[in-house]
Design a protein around this ligand. Structure first.
Ligand SMILES: Nc1nc2c(c(=O)[nH]1)N[C@H]1C(S)=C(S)[C@@H](COP(=O)(O)O)O[C@H]1N2
Ligand SMILES: [Mo]
Length: 301
């Protein structure tokens, strides 16, 4: 199995809510940093890295199933029933079926991961997630040879999601990763923020977090995971493939057709704060660049 990722950020970077966290996990993270020394990409990503407040993370959201305004998810997502919750795991797996989330969680190790989140709209945050590695869930399902991609689907519940009555994207929200991206130790299934259960507006009860890709790849409130041979059809890519690539790796050198990606606005930085430079792979270059060796990132963006 791939090495585990240790966050270059320490418990000292987390505001008091972080104290709810499992102490052993925090200590393990700190030991990892001392042991490993500075990790290149992670160290660079550490600039201006204090996590955003719980308030910022939970009131400025994109979750179009609950409306397209940044504050709509915070106002509407309470309508989503998150308990009980199950995930259908199907396609090229040894153990297909409907998994209760509670059963999955009993098999998983929950860790804290303080990650940068960079939206394709050129704003960013730093979020202290809690979650487990997608890789561990894939092992539980038993990935078969030949499975080259993982497809994900968000719940589609018109009764609970006022936003889906508008045909903004072709619902349900869908996303996908290549299998090596899905198995990368940075790729997290998040169940919490600041040591608290993840709020509905952030994708309760379980959502994907792929920190080196634009935020829309990090699909929320997941009900289905499919292992397959072909590249999955995904919501934003099929909406407009020129604007939203399948890969959507954060890249300051590849602009969105309608705006520059060279800089970003840090949420909570204040109205007059200077924009900060966008980091290649969102600051995780040392961890993930090898996944894309030999690819022309301006073509396969
Ligand atoms: N199902 C679903 N997942 C989604 C979205 C969405 O609209 N629906 N928005 C995406 C976008 S554009 C971003 S930037 C992140 C935002 O996550 P956050 O609200 O937790 O910051 O969620 C992503 N996941
Ligand atoms: Mo986004």
């Amino acid at each position: 199995m791939a090495r585990r990722y240790t966050s270059p950020l320490t418990s000292a970077d987390v505001t008091p809510k972080g104290l709810y966290l499992n102490r052993r996990q925090i200590m393990a993270g700190a030991a990892g940093i001392l042991g490993a020394g500075l990790i290149g990409g992670g160290a660079r990503a550490q600039e201006a890295q204090a996590p955003n407040t719980f308030e910022e993370i939970t009131t400025y959201n994109n979750f179009y199933e609950f409306g397209t305004g940044k504050n709509d998810p915070a106002r509407n997502a309470h309508m989503l029933t998150t308990e009980p919750w199950s995930i259908e795991i199907d396609g090229m797996v040894d153990n297909p079926g409907t998994y209760m989330l509670a059963d999955i969680l009993s098999e998983m190790t929950i860790e804290e991961r303080i990650y940068r989140l960079r939206c394709v709209e050129a704003w960013s945050m730093v979020v202290p997630w809690n979650g487990f590695e997608l890789n561990d869930l894939l092992d539980l399902a038993g990935v078969q040879d030949g499975a080259q991609y993982v497809a994900f689907e968000t719940a589609l519940r018109p009764d609970e999601m006022p936003g889906v009555s508008r045909p903004i994207i072709d619902w349900p929200y869908r996303e996908g990763l290549r299998i090596d991206e899905a198995r990368h130790p940075l790729t997290l299934m998040a169940t919490g923020i600041y040591g608290e259960p993840i709020p509905n507006q952030n994708g309760a009860p379980v959502r994907l977090v792929v920190p080196w890709k634009y935020g829309f790849k990090s699909i929320k409130s997941i009900v289905r995971i499919t292992l397959q041979e072909e590249q999955p059809v995904t919501a934003w890519n099929s909406y407009d493939p020129r604007e939203y690539g399948f890969y959507s790796n954060v890249n300051p050198n590849v602009d969105h057709p309608r705006w520059s990606q060279a800089t970003e606005r840090r949420i909570g930085g204040g109205l007059f704060a200077r924009r900060q430079p966008t980091l290649m792979f969102n600051g995780y270059e040392d961890e993930v660049a090898s996944l894309y060796e030999g690819m022309d990132l301006s073509v396969q963006f």
